[in-house]
Design a protein around this ligand. Structure first.
Ligand SMILES: Nc1ncnc2c1ncn2[C@@H]1O[C@H](COP(=O)(O)OP(=O)(O)OP(=O)(O)O)[C@@H](O)[C@H]1O
Length: 452
């Protein structure tokens, strides 16, 4: 039995002696909290306290059982109802069961004993329902995260554990990560798995709103607040009432708007542009940025007080290139998703294509991978997806290696690596084109300085 929560039993009964016995008998169970009512109206007035079980005398002075039961069912459809009658009338019993009562008991010397047993069984049923609903929530949560966000790497599993924590409270969340790493996806996942999931999820990309419209977009405006404000407008902050407000690219916000945002967050109320009424706010805030906000503060582009006001639980999304084999896992996921949606045959990646995907740095992260895969499926002529179907610009990757080169050997290796990739890892062809000995290339491969 749940130690925290007692089972509330309400008994409506006009026979005072019987009701005393009833209360005494049921209260012998320490998990039952029993209250007695002598009229139907007294009971109806107390239904807001949501009793779990109600015993009903069928002949009450102010209302008959058949009139009372639908009124209770309307307010508390899940409550368990036990009808207690002075006579054994099969037809009445049948009509009571049709109304959805749990049991129909006739008053005799064993009634108290039977009520006790029925209440006991009903209480067990309530407990079981509660356990199931708790379990369902846990199972759904685990299921949902993986339904929304794909990945198996240690890095993404760390992100999953952070999301699990963020879901259990209303704390501000700050999500950082390069473009396309899934910041919006993570914010949505938190919202739809939190206790705010039935309320609004309002996402605002601060960078995408023209500078002069940011205030009215976020905070709303009154009619006539400025030229062109023909109608009153509710801002995104108000729209998010009771739900989640996701402010993406917060680092792009202009300093004057930052000042207003700070005030609004401190007071959790706002004045629409051109208005003079304080409107209370209620939302959970999730923000995202691809910038290092601390650095932005140092450089004077972001208010320090706002930075501290926004700080909350932080979730850092690693770039795709640091998620190991997730690149291939996600590639397969996107192949299946796109092929199913477009009713085309699901193709596999050939070995060279896999190698190329693992080597490519994906500056656009998961978004870029998705686009590369979808184009490859459409453009490819073969049964499998080949390296040549993947439209990735290896020159960008080369730049990265090239820039980090410090010795002549580093430059040589970077050039050979790039040429090998262009020539589908054909060592002989690459050696000929670069006029170096193929043994040089093999040596670098053996030393692990060049990867194919
Ligand atoms: N782990 C993942 N599993 C499945 N899809 C993903 C995953 N990560 C990202 N995506 C998909 O990649 C695309 C980009 O993700 P999203 O918009 O969330 O990135 P972002 O970090 O918010 O990007 P930006 O910084 O440009 O706003 C979306 O289509 C998203 O559904």
């Amino acid at each position: 039995m749940n130690n925290q929560k007692k089972i509330k039993i309400y008994c409506v009964e006009d026979d005072l002696t019987f009701s005393k016995f009833l209360k005494y008998k049921l209260s012998l169970n320490p998990d039952f909290e029993v209250s007695i009512f002598n009229t139907a109206n007294d009971l109806l007035e107390s239904l807001r306290n949501a009793p779990d079980i109600i015993t009903i005398d069928i002949n009450l002075p102010d209302m008959q059982g058949d009139a009372l039961i639908p009124l209770i069912k309307e307010k508390l459809p899940a409550a368990i109802l036990l009808v207690i009658s002075g006579q054994n009338n099969i037809q009445v019993a049948a009509s009571m069961f049709k109304m959805g009562v749990y049991d129909y008991l006739v008053k005799d010397e064993n009634t108290l004993e039977r009520i006790w047993n029925v209440a006991h069984n009903a209480a067990k049923q309530i407990e079981l329902k509660e356990e199931i609903s708790v379990l369902e929530k846990v199972v759904n949560k685990k299921h949902d995260l993986k339904t929304f966000i794909k990945g198996e790497s240690t890095e993404i599993n760390n992100v999953f554990s952070k999301i699990e924590k963020a879901i259990t409270s209303d704390i501000n969340v700050i999500i950082s990560g390069e473009t396309g790493t899934g910041k919006d996806l993570v914010a949505k996942t938190i919202h739809f798995n939190s206790n705010k999931s039935k309320k609004a999820y309002v996402a605002v990309n601060v960078a995408a709103i023209p500078k002069e419209l940011v205030e009215s977009e976020l905070f709303g405006h009154e009619k006539g607040a400025f030229t062109g404000a023909h109608q009153q407008r509710i801002g995104k902050f108000e729209e998010a009432k009771g739900g989640t407000l996701f402010l993406d690219e917060i680092g792009e916000m202009e300093l004057p708007v930052q000042a207003k945002l700070l005030r609004v967050l401190q007071e959790m109320e706002l004045n629409r542009v051109g208005g003079n009424k304080n409107i209370p706010l209620d939302f959970r805030l999730i923000i995202a940025t691809h910038r290092d906000l601390k650095q932005e503060v140092k450089e004077g582009r972001f208010r320090e007080d706002l930075y501290y006001r926004l700080m909350g639980f932080s979730i850092d999304l690693p770039p795709l290139r640091e998620r190991g084999k997730d690149t291939l896992f996600l590639a397969r996921f996107f192949i299946e998703q796109f092929s199913r949606k477009n009713k085309i045959k699901i193709k596999e990646l050939n070995t060279c294509a896999k190698k190329l995907l693992l080597k490519y740095k994906f500056p656009g992260n998961v978004r870029e991978l998705k686009a590369v895969i979808e184009t490859a499926i459409l453009m490819g002529e073969e049964d499998k997806i080949m390296a040549t179907d993947l439209q990735v610009d290896m020159a960008d990757n080369f730049e990265i290696n090239y820039k980090s080169a410090t010795t002549l050997e580093d430059y040589t290796i970077a050039i050979i690596q790039k040429k090998l990739e262009e020539n589908n890892n054909n060592v002989v062809l690459t050696a000929t084109k670069l006029a170096v000995g193929k043994s040089t290339i093999y040596r670098y491969i053996k030393q692990g300085k060049i990867k194919i």
